[in-house]
Design a protein around this ligand. Structure first.
Ligand code: DQA
Length: 144
C-alpha cells in the first residue's frame, strides 16, 4: 500500500509557529514519525508540503493511479479551498483529513472545511498522532 501525506501552508513552521497550539516538535520530527510508522507497518509513504494552493492541487492530481490513499492537512486552505476539494474528488482516492489542533474548539472561521465532504474521516486535536491514526484508517479502509 502506498500512501501520500500532504501538508499545507505554514506546517513547515511546526516547532516555531504557535507552540502552545501546535506543540514544540518540528516538521522534520513529524516527517520522521510518519516515515518510521509506515516502515513498521510495511507501507510505502511519501510526504509533501507546500505553502501554495496550486502546488497542492498538482500533487493531489499526480497521486492519481500512483497512490492508494491520501492523508491531508490542508492547514489554512481547509477553510477556503474549493480547488483542493475538487482535486480530491477528481482523483477519487480514499482520503483522510487531519488537523493537529482541535479546530472545532477554535475560531468560527475554522469551523468550515471544504475538503471534508470528500474525505472518509476527519481527525482533529490528537497532535502529530492524528497522522498515524489517519494511516490506520486508510489501512482499515483498504481491507474492505
Ligand atoms: C491546522 C488548523 C488550521 O485551522 C490552521 O490554519 C493550520 C493548521 C491544524 O493542523 O490544526 O494551519 O490545519
Amino acid at each position: 500500500m502506498k500512501i501520500l501525506v500532504i501538508n499545507g501552508p505554514n506546517l513547515n513552521m511546526l516547532g516555531i509557529r504557535e507552540p502552545d497550539i501546535y506543540g514544540k516538535n518540528t516538521y522534520n520530527d513529524l516527517c520522521k514519525l510518519i516515515t518510521d510508522y509506515a516502515k513498521n507497518k510495511g507501507l510505502e509513504v511519501e510526504i509533501y508540503q507546500s505553502n501554495h494552493e496550486g502546488d497542492l492541487v498538482d500533487e493531489i492530481q499526480a497521486a492519481y493511479k500512483s497512490f492508494d490513499g491520501i492523508v491531508i492537512n490542508p492547514a489554512a486552505y481547509t477553510h477556503t479551498s474549493v480547488a483542493i476539494l475538487d482535486a480530491v474528488k477528481s482523483v477519487g482516492l480514499p482520503t483522510v483529513e487531519v488537523h493537529i489542533s482541535a479546530v472545532e474548539t477554535r475560531e468560527d472561521f475554522r469551523q468550515v472545511s471544504f475538503v471534508r465532504q470528500a474525505c472518509i474521516k476527519t481527525i482533529t486535536g490528537l497532535g502529530f498522532d492524528g497522522y498515524l491514526r489517519a494511516i490506520d484508517t486508510l489501512i482499515e479502509n483498504g481491507k474492505n
